[in-house]
Design a binder for this molecule. Sequence first.
Ligand code: NAD
Ligand code: DAU
Length: 361
Amino acid sequence: MKHLLITGGAGFIGSHVVRLFVNKYPEYRIVNLDALTYAGNLANLKDIEDKPNYTFVKADICDYERMCAVMQEYDIDGVIHLAAESHVDRSIKDPFTFARTNVMGTLSLLQAARQYWDGRWEGKRFYHISTDEVYGALRLDRPEGDAPYGSEFFLETTPYNPHSPYSASKASSDHFVRAYHDTYGMPTLVTNCSNNYGPYQFPEKLIPLFINNIRHGKPLPVYGKGENVRDWLYVVDHARAIDVIFHNGNIGDTYNIGGFNEWKNIDIVKVLIRTVDRLLGNPEGTSDHLITYVTDRAGHDLRYAIDSTKLKNELGWEPSLQFEEGIELTVRWYLENQEWMDNITSGAYEKYYADMYRGRV
Ligand code: NAD
Ligand code: DAU
């Protein structure tokens, strides 16, 4: 019997990880701990909430006493840590919240695990989920033609060079996790993944935001010239990688996770427009006029591209879906789950959206 604590399980990626573990490992007890911030949504887990091996705990990872109590109450032997503030634009407006949750929250969780395990490391795991953004930005030295758009890729050995308050906070948390391994011997794992897309992503992020705006005939605010490049991975493939690494990863190691799937933002936007228009029965080109170039994001990283060869060679993981299939599934999901979207995009979110885009669109 394994007792796993998954933090941030009510968020986008966390909900897919919780679903995979609850369904695949009925013999494990899965404790989903989440503070239910604006990004946490228990509706993401409706289909598994009654499973006997699943428990939800509402708590803040920064609450150290509470983390110690949870470790003890559920006799936790493995932690998969996803809870974080995750949106770059919000980090530019409010860096303190990012330092608090991502740095101090991670430290609080590490210390609670260390305190509970008390040097009994056998069979224990602390697995920290991080991002490719800690490596900084790559050059766009092959901007024309097909991807890849540059000759360099992020490797596990690439030096950290974060630019946004979000990526700086994630970099700091990664360093703390490694420090707990090197200093105390805690069995840790760190993974750095590229951009995820798929169902249940909060609609402040590019793909769900734009699908929803196209559906409602609202402007699509493309930052700068739309030439920034991201490397997109279907979220279920990220959850599969987490499963493989949690069980078979080399303790103390880092693994990069990515799909070798680079896209310029403007090209993604065109794919989204074509797909939404087709699925809604609109003539091709109906929503092209919604593209609106707006002021660029401050410090906007030009290109991310992950090399995940180590993960493939050591643990045999590869993405299972081609991007075309993944994006079709994703657009269909958002169009078929308008109620999920409406519940989020009413209320407080409306104010956020108006503030974020005031003067830009
Ligand atoms: P998300 O914003 O959708 O979800 C974050 C979850 O964490 C929410 O459920 C929220 O309620 C919870 N949370 C926030 N602060 C908390 C706190 N103090 N205590 C407890 N819970 C708290 O994020 P996501 O996109 O699912 O990202 C999950 C993790 O994966 C993050 O660590 C992020 O840095 C990392 N990551 C994300 C991506 C991506 O493309 N989305 C890519 C690579 C890595
Ligand atoms: O690379 C992994 C990271 O991917 C994760 O660590 C982050 O948690 C996640 O949010 C994501 O960060 P990005 O900043 O790349 O994602 P976002 O969806 O915000 O933006 C994707 C690209 O689209 C980026 O170049 C900015 C651009 N963009 C975004 C929004 C929201 C726009 O042009 N217009 C927009 O309105």
